[in-house]
Ligand binder design. Sequence first.
Ligand SMILES: [Zn+2]
Length: 134
Amino acid sequence: MTAPVPAAPAADRTLSGVKFLLTSGLARACHYAAERPDCQVLAAVCYGPVALCSRCDQRRSTVGKATQPVALPDPGALLHIAAARDACQQAAAALRHAVEAARQAGHPWSAVAAILEVSRQAAQQRFAPVGGHR
Ligand SMILES: [Zn+2]
């Protein structure tokens, strides 16, 4: 496991998440993403080859009037998964640091195991420094 990375502001995580969805092909960009400052960037609906975000879809005038809209899966659901994944990684790092601090404070593995509700062996296998069982 690597050293914990300081949490980025939520806006940055959202922006990087949006970029990841677009570059990985997991979501489509709105047709007006580069043109309209109020565009939501991630497309919510398609009119043939033209993909639009919810806001641009509401502003739609004549574009695709004769074409039936096809709703796209909500890309926000994938951003929620990414946020939960990040929270899990931060919690795992916090747990590792807490165990290290408890061990340095003199608590035995049996106490660490008891509070984690796992066996002493399981706690040691998961958290003991590589190369030794202190
Ligand atoms: Zn848009």
